[in-house]
Design a binder for this molecule. Structure first.
Ligand SMILES: Nc1ncnc2c1ncn2[C@@H]1O[C@H](COP(=O)(O)OP(=O)(O)OP(=O)(O)O)[C@@H](O)[C@H]1O
Length: 717
């Protein structure tokens, strides 16, 4: 029966997508989860069963959703998607009388018993009815990144490494030949003189030492540059990824992935080079062994075949353990990151024990799997080692009888045993390396998602623009996933140079989404955003960075000085009058002056990680100062003063609106934007009002309601 290729979910809400990918691949449509993610997106709450059905239909795999009891699943055609625990999807791969093999995208492939199945199965399944021809869709494969990366950047050191390893192998080949000559041919030593022989041994020993040292140095150099290149590639790519990539992904999981390069480089340098060289040398060894004795060679080859067989069988199981281990390790990393990031909430809610227990549960699972892996390795991984240990004894027994029959000389037997030891080393390392290659693949798939994630690029040449004249949204719609209702729709909005526009509306009405679209952080699913009548996607990053400055709802302050947080590491010269004047203006306008006045080192005072030594309002002021320092032509501000007191808020808004730059601001207090020229009112993803406060109060029921509600809350009649 064809096995289901297990696919792990990368985000908490993509279990459905992973199950679809597993079923589609099983049906013959080679599709990766990343490709489905790009095509359908990932809704925050996950997919409905009908969405999964529709997706598979697009690949010509017809399915049917059925209600079925846990007892009756044995009659269903496998694999199928099962609704699990009322909140999750898994694939049921096989059913036996007492056991069921499941592929859970969150925890891996495992056999479970009937009782667990009965407890967790939510009695709904999606079974495959028919597989059409066109499902044999083969997506365009990227060339193997690792191979092309290695060949492009490390061809020379790798060749050098292979060359050196080959020379070192030749040394080990020379030893048995010499032993045979010494034992069988006593005149051999006379031909040479003891002194000359000893000298040759010393020279050979020194050369071996020099070569080993040189090889070690090359390995160290290769590891350093491989680590550097892979990580810079990973980080470079990660920073270029669109915001949508990070929206539903866990920080801990991403950190965990970035750390995998350490293992990859170790496996690559210590094992893969050996694999290449060893496989070349096996042919030499076998040839020489045959030359010495075909009977003994046959015995050695049989033992080697058993070793390879056992190792390959073991490897499959070990790969399973490694996949599970990686999933659990990532979970542990995720929970640690979450606890550290949310330590304030953990403390204020008094939930230290709950978080500790949840971390402990994950950690226990992780170490349990590691222990299972180690136990398996000690039970079965040692079979090849035992055979390796026994082989010289087998050879000695058979060899001695051959010596008795004068078929081989004693010297040949001793040389053969030494040679077979050297022959078995590559066999052992080959099977070990196969193991490592399989593990390497598991590690690498985790990095690959970041490395291969498509970066949003424009088809046209990017346009540089001198100045900002207007920004507009035309017929814009945005949804987080294909089957989700759009969170905003039919948005037409034009903001001209110099305008001050406020966006207001109830929570969840789509204000931040509009702002993110204007900033180019996300891309419309329908319609387009225009900057000076040019599609925003076609405008160069340079222009966007220069002309637009955005503040998100929870701006980040970094672990650097207040000054560096404002300049974001751009050069700032205290000796330069203009730099100082600009900074003074910014500090005054953003009211950061009131903060730094009380700090011991002024603007050189260090801010803790994530601004932990500042108040929420102080962090907002610094973020505003950062925007002002950039001196953009368009400010996009998402509730930039929500944590500020009324006085600071009024001061900041007043200075912002006084400037001749264009400002689009989402406001949570209507009082502060009452006097602005233009207010956009949003409700349920649509623009329902556009005009001045007075105009909207007269004509717009949504705005009037918002305003009067606020007035009531503030106790003004
Ligand atoms: N990552 C996400 N995945 C799916 N839906 C999302 C995601 N982020 C936001 N939404 C949904 O999009 C809709 C609009 O959200 P948005 O943040 O734009 O509203 P908002 O008006 O700015 O709200 P608030 O005033 O509370 O900030 C909401 O219904 C929200 O639940």
């Amino acid at each position: 029966m064809k096995k289901v290729q297990f696919i792990e979910q990368a985000e908490h809400s993509e279990c459905g997508l992973a199950c679809v990918a597993m079923i589609l691949n099983h049906a013959g449509a080679q599709v990766r989860i990343q490709e489905l993610r790009d095509k359908y997106g990932v809704p925050r709450g996950g997919y409905k069963l009908t969405d999964l059905k529709n997706m598979m239909e697009e690949f010509q795999v017809t399915t049917a959703a059925i209600k079925v009891s846990a007892e009756a699943v044995g009659d269903l055609k496998t694999p199928f998607i099962a609704f699990w625990n009322q909140k999750h999807y898994i694939v049921v791969e096989r059913t036996k009388k007492q056991k069921i093999l499941i592929c859970d995208p969150a925890t891996g492939r495992r056999w479970i018993d009937q009782q667990e199945f009965r407890e967790k199965f939510s009695q709904i399944g999606l079974i495959v009815k028919e597989v059409g021809e066109t499902s044999r869709f083969v997506s365009e494969r990227k060339t193997n990144f690792l191979v092309s990366f290695l060949l492009k950047k490390f061809k020379k050191p790798l060749l050098l490494l292979c060359g050196l390893t080959m020379i070192l192998q030749l040394f080990s080949l020379a030893v048995p030949i010499t032993i045979q000559k010494l034992i069988d041919n006593t005149s051999f030593l006379n031909e040479f003189s003891i002194g000359a022989f000893t000298l040759s041994v010393i020279i050979v020993g020194l050369s071996y030492y020099a070569l080993q040292t040189f090889r070690g140095l090359i390995v160290a150099m290769f590891q350093k540059s491989f680590d550097y290149e892979l990580m810079t590639h990973f980080m470079g790519n990660m920073l270029r990824l669109p915001l949508s990539f990070f929206i539903n992904r866990s920080t801990g999981e991403l950190i965990f992935r970035s750390n995998l390069s350490v293992y990859i480089k170790q496996i690559l340098t210590q094992k893969v080079v050996l694999l290449f060289v060893d496989s070349l040398f096996l042919i030499f060894y076998i040839g020489l062994m045959f030359y010495y004795s075909s009977v003994l060679t046959t015995i050695s080859l049989m033992i080697a075949a058993v070793i390879v067989f056992v190792s390959v069988v073991n490897t499959k199981r070990i790969k399973n353990f490694v996949d599970l281990e990686l999933i659990e390790q990532a979970k542990v990393q995720k929970s640690i990151t979450e606890i550290i990031e949310g330590i304030e909430t953990v403390k204020t809610t008094g939930t230290e024990k709950n978080f500790f227990d949840s971390w402990k549960e994950n950690f226990q699972k992780q170490i349990f799997i590691t222990q299972e892996k180690e136990r398996f390795q000690s039970k079965f991984g040692t079979i090849p080692q035992t055979l390796q240990f026994l082989m010289p004894l087998f050879l000695l027994c058979t060899g001695l009888s051959l010596v008795g029959q004068n078929q081989v000389t004693l010297g040949t037997l001793v040389a053969f045993i030494s040679l077979s030891g050297s022959f078995l080393n590559p066999v052992m390392s080959l099977s070990g390396v196969y193991n490592d290659m399989v593990i390497l693949k598991s590690y690498f798939t985790k990095l690959e998602e970041v490395i291969h994630y498509p970066v949003h690029t424009s088809n046209c040449k990017e346009v540089e623009l001198d100045s900002f004249r207007e920004i507009s949204l035309k017929g814009v719609e945005y949804s987080y996933s294909k089957y989700d209702k759009p969170v905003i729709s039919q948005i037409d909005l034009q903001v001209k140079k110099g305008e001050k526009v406020a966006i207001v509306g109830p929570s969840g009405s789509g204000k931040s989404t509009v702002l993110k679209l204007l900033a180019g952080l996300i891309h419309p699913t329908k319609g387009a955003v225009y900057f000076n009548k040019i599609k925003l996607d076609d405008v160069s990053e340079n222009t966007k960075n220069e002309k637009i400055a955005t503040i998100s709802q929870s701006p980040m302050v970094f672990n650097m000085s207040v000054k560096d947080n404002i300049t974001l590491n751009k050069p700032f010269d205290y000796g330069n009058k203009e730099d100082c004047k600009k900074m003074e203006g910014v500090l005054e306008d953003s009211d950061v002056l009131s903060i730094v006045r009380h700090l011991p080192l002024g603007i050189e005072t260090m801010v803790s990680e994530q601004g932990a030594n500042l108040s929420g309002g102080q962090r907002q002021k610094i973020a505003l100062a950062r925007n002002l320092y950039r001196d953009p032509e368009l400010h996009l501000l998402d509730e930039p003063t929500s944590a500020l007191d009324n006085i600071s808020e009024r001061h900041i808004m007043k200075t912002l609106f006084k400037k001749d730059t264009t400002v689009v601001v989402i406001a949570h207090r209507l009082q502060t934007i009452k006097n602005i020229d233009r207010i956009i009112v949003m409700n349920e993803g649509e623009i329902v009002g556009d005009g001045s406060h007075d105009y909207l109060m007269k004509t717009n029921v949504y705005y009037r309601n918002l305003y009067t509600e606020e007035q009531k809350m503030e106790g003004v009649s």
